[in-house]
Each structure stands twice: as structure tokens, then as C-alpha cells.
Design a binder for this molecule. Structure first.
Ligand code: FAD
Length: 452
């Protein structure tokens, strides 16, 4: 009899696991349960869908249920929620959300890919009409409809992380009046303070207002509709529509109830083969932790890149392979109007907190030859250990070319290189592409001077 694999969650991590397992061992009987109405879509494209850059919701969907069922031979059920895991009997209880009935399914191996949900602060008015989140396709459809229905609205975006900023850009470009409210001293809090200010300046330049350092304490309503927000300094700010973007928390309740070990911030603990504390159960994606490549410690950095790769590792191991997920560096890139922002590894704060004798070295250098038209400043920061010069992190702002440079620095960190070794790399040069001394080499040569 074929081995039964049940996967809970049908997007990045879950479908990657299901597809990898089935591809490598076609004899497996693989079933995916997804509680929403959609599978296999690019959540990362949602800001561009609500802003209209992506025209139709179907453009975000890679595979529908029929394709996964017929082409990949994976039984796939949408609007089906797994509500209970019985580890002794190796079964799950699944509720059909359309009909309301429940059924029991047996598994030999189970994959938890339940992802994450937006954090909503417990403040007055949070459930009001006009408060939105952006996590899945249903959220995107509701938000886009609300934005199209009434033009030129006052939109409050609560949270100045990368999703809040991407939403801000899109809404400002579609004619809404956008104000970002961030409780921490700066937006994109992982960035160096000066860099965070440069991003804020870019937002302001394009008409997006930004308030930092004050938390939202209440949502004000009139006749059940949002009319504004209150801040902890007593300010009352007008808003017709609110998008809550203060981060996500892992959906690990099912697993907690089943007695499986949890890790940092209530993520599901796994080893590097994506096995949980129960040898028959794997977990992957935004519901799990990952090990940081620099510190070796478990961290929660929920990203699509990680979810896809962890899912694939889980699927391959279920099919009998021995794959390891190598860990994460929190590599991230985003765009705000004409500014690209990329970062990898530890920030200075994180490096100091982790016990490194770390410092930061920042430079500004054109991204191509200074005389060549279109050259733009690259702001590049290296974070490194002053005792031995080891590179721990990097951040960059500028044109889209920052992504490639941060990717290269991600390779350097993964290889455990020092700033001296980075400085000796033979990089490309041609006036339209890069200056003779690449910004990476300029930054590394400055950093070397600060190593003892
Ligand atoms: P999820 O996508 O959360 O999927 C989990 C699925 O499990 C959900 O569909 C849920 O309905 C289902 N589920 C949960 N519980 C149950 C249950 N009990 N029974 C059945 N089904 C269940 N990452 C990047 O790397 N780059 C980006 O640019 C980027 N941009 C983003 C922009 C936005 C607006 C958002 C929201 C996210 C972005 N991300 C980005 C993050 C990325 O989308 C996530 O890391 C990724 O989607 C996580 O995939 P996942 O499969 O682990 O979890």
C-alpha cells in the first residue's frame, strides 16, 4: 500500500513539499488541505495587485486545484481546515468549511505548512469596518475593492516594515493620501538609522507622510466606520481606511495542542531536515523557525524564499532523500518609489546583541563610472567583527543594482569571509555597469582600517 502524506497548507511551503515528495516518489499518496479558497499564489505580489500594477488576481496564481490534482497527481482540497492532529492514531480531523462537516484522514507522514497570520493589536476599534490586513488573496481582493470604491482616501498604514512601505507606494501612486505610522524610532527598523531616514525622505518626496516613535492606541469610529486613529502622544489622526502591517505570527496553535516542540516566538521547532520533535511530522515555511547562518541560533524571519526552500527540503526528505536546509541570512530587498533597499545578515544592533565586537562602515559611491550617464549613488554599509574582520551583515540603498551587490555579500557571509578577503575579490568593471573600484571594494577597503 502506498504511503499516505498529508500536507496542511497549500501555498509556498506546503505545495513545494507536496510537489517535491510526489515528483521524487510517484508512489506516494499525497493530499493537501488548504483552508482558504486559493492555493499556489504569490503573496509577495499582493501590494502590486492592490495598486493595479498587477491587473487581475489570477495573474498571481501559479497553479489551480485542477492543475495540481491532474498534472501533479496531488489530491488538493481548498476550503478544508485541519482542526485536530492525533499523533497517537496518526490522523487529522478536517472540517469542510463550505458544508461544515468533519472527516478523519490517516497519515504516515504529516507536513505542517500553516504559515503565519497578521498580528492585530488588541486596541479599541480594531474589528471596525475599514480596518484591513494584507496576507492572502482574499485580503487583497477586499482591500482593492475598498480602494477602488472611493478614490483619494486618507489611508493610515500602521507599521513601517517592508510590506507597509510597498503598500504605501502603491496606494500613493493610485492617488490616495497615505500616512505611515511606525511605533519604533524609524521605519524598516533593521536598517541603520541614517539609511532609515533616507528611505523616509524618499517617501516624503513622493507625498507619503511618516510618523515614527508613537504607537497606535485606538481606532476611532463613527456609525461603525473608521474615521481615524489615536496615538500614544494624544494625537488624533484622520483616516478613512487603515491597513495593519505590524508583522505576522506563526500559525502554530494546532501543533502546540498536539504537544510538538515549539521554538522562538512560538514557531515550530525543526531540525535542518525540517523534522519536528515528532519523527513522523515535518514543518516548513512561515510557521517554523530557521537557524541563522551567522549566529547558528534559531530565528523567526518569515520570507517566501525560505518557505519555498524549506518546503522542498521537507518534500525531498519525505521521499527518502537526505537534504539539509542550510539556514537563513534574512536576505531582503524591496523598492520604495525610485529607491531600492537591500540587506543581508546581522544589523549592527543584532551583531552587538549577539556578543560580537562589531562596528559598521558606511560609504557612498556611484554604481557605475562617474562620467557615465545615469550613474546613481549607492549607499553601502558593512557590519563586521573588529576582532577578526569577519563580515556579519550588509545594507545598501540606491538603484536596483543594490540587489546584486547584496546578493554577492550574502555569498561572502555564507563563505565566512573577512572584509580583507572581500576586498581582494576580482570584480567586474565597465563604465555603463560598475566603477573601476566597485562600491563593495571601496567599503571593504575602508572597513579593513577598523579591524584590530
Ligand atoms: P502562507 O503563505 O501563510 O500559507 C500557509 C497556508 O496554510 C495559508 O494559505 C493558510 O490558509 C493555510 N492554513 C493555515 N492553517 C491551516 C489549517 N489548519 N488547515 C488548512 N490550511 C491551513 N517574501 C519574500 O521573500 N519576498 C517578498 O517580496 C515578500 N513580499 C510579501 C508581500 C506580502 C504582502 C506578504 C503578505 C508576504 C510577502 N512575503 C515576501 C512573505 C511570503 O509571502 C511568505 O513568507 C510566504 O507566503 C510563506 O509561505 P507559507 O507557505 O509558509 O505560508
Amino acid at each position: 500500500m502506498s504511503e499516505k502524506i498529508i500536507v496542511i497548507g497549500g501555498t509556498a511551503a506546503g505545495l513545494s513539499a507536496a510537489s517535491a515528495a510526489k515528483r521524487l516518489d510517484p508512489s506516494l499518496d499525497v493530499t493537501v488541505f488548504e483552508k482558504s479558497g486559493y492555493i499556489s499564489y504569490g503573496a509577495c505580489g499582493l501590494p502590486y495587485y492592490i495598486g493595479g500594477v498587477v491587473g487581475a488576481v489570477n495573474d498571481l496564481i501559479s497553479l489551480n486545484v485542477e492543475q495540481v490534482t491532474k498534472e501533479r497527481n496531488i489530491k488538493t482540497f481548498i476550503c478544508h481546515e485541519v482542526i485536530y492532529i492525533d499523533r497517537v492514531k496518526h490522523s487529522v480531523i478536517v472540517r469542510n468549511l463550505k458544508r461544515g462537516d468533519e472527516s478523519k484522514y490517516l497519515y504516515d507522514k504529516l507536513v505542517i505548512a500553516t504559515g503565519a497570520v497578521p498580528i492585530l493589536p488588541q486596541i479599541p476599534g480594531i474589528q471596525s469596518h475599514g480596518v484591513y490586513t494584507l496576507r492572502n488573496i482574499e485580503d487583497g481582493i477586499k482591500l482593492r475593492e475598498a480602494l477602488i470604491r472611493v478614490p483619494n482616501q486618507n489611508v493610515a498604514i500602521v507599521g513601517g516594515g517592508f510590506i507597509g512601505l510597498e503598500v504605501a507606494e502603491e496606494l500613493a501612486q493610485s492617488g490616495h493620501h497615505v500616512h505611515i505610522y511606525e511605533a519604533l524610532p524609524g521605519i524598516l527598523s533593521f536598517l541603520d538609522a541614517e539609511y532609515s531616514q533616507l528611505v523616509q525622505d524618499e517617501l516624503n518626496k513622493h507625498g507619503v507622510k511618516v510618523s515614527t516613535g508613537h504607537a497606535i492606541t485606538a481606532i476611532r469610529t463613527e456609525s461603525g466606520r473608521v474615521i481615524g486613529i489615536d496615538l500614544d502622544d494624544g494625537r488624533e489622526c484622520p483616516a478613512d481606511l487603515i491597513v495593519m502591517c505590524i508583522g505576522v505570527r506563526p500559525q502554530s496553535d494546532l501543533v502546540r495542542e498536539a504537544g510538538i516542540k515549539l521554538s522562538v516566538r512560538d514557531t515550530i521547532a525543526t531540525d535542518n531536515q525540517m523534522r519536528t520533535s515528532d519523527p513522523m511530522i515535518y514543518a516548513c515555511g512561515d510557521c517554523t523557525h530557521a537557524y541563522h547562518i551567522v549566529t547558528g541560533k534559531p530565528v523567526y524571519i518569515p520570507l517566501g524564499t525560505t518557505a519555498n526552500k524549506q518546503g522542498r527540503v521537507a518534500g525531498r526528505n519525505i521521499a527518502g532523500y537526505k537534504e539539509h536546509f542550510p539556514g537563513v541570512l534574512g536576505s531582503i530587498v524591496t523598492k520604495v518609489f525610485d529607491f531600492y533597499i537591500a540587506a543581508v545578515g546581522l544589523s549592527l544592533r543584532q551583531a552587538l546583541d549577539a556578543g560580537y565586537k562589531a562596528t559598521i562602515c558606511k560609504i557612498v559611491k556611484g554604481d557605475r563610472a562617474s562620467y557615465y550617464p545615469g550613474s546613481r549613488d549607492t549607499h553601502l554599509a558593512l557590519i563586521f567583527d573588529t576582532e577578526n574582520g569577519k563580515l556579519l551583515g550588509a545594507q545598501a540603498l540606491g538603484a536596483s543594482t543594490v540587489a546584486g551587490r547584496i546578493n554577492m555579500l550574502a555569498a561572502c557571509i555564507t563563505a565566512g569571509m573577512t572584509v580583507a578577503q572581500v576586498n581582494s575579490i576580482d570584480l567586474v568593471y565597465a563604465p555603463p555597469v560598475a566603477p573601476v573600484y566597485d562600491p563593495i571594494l571601496i567599503a571593504a577597503s575602508q572597513a579593513i582600517k577598523l579591524v584590530r
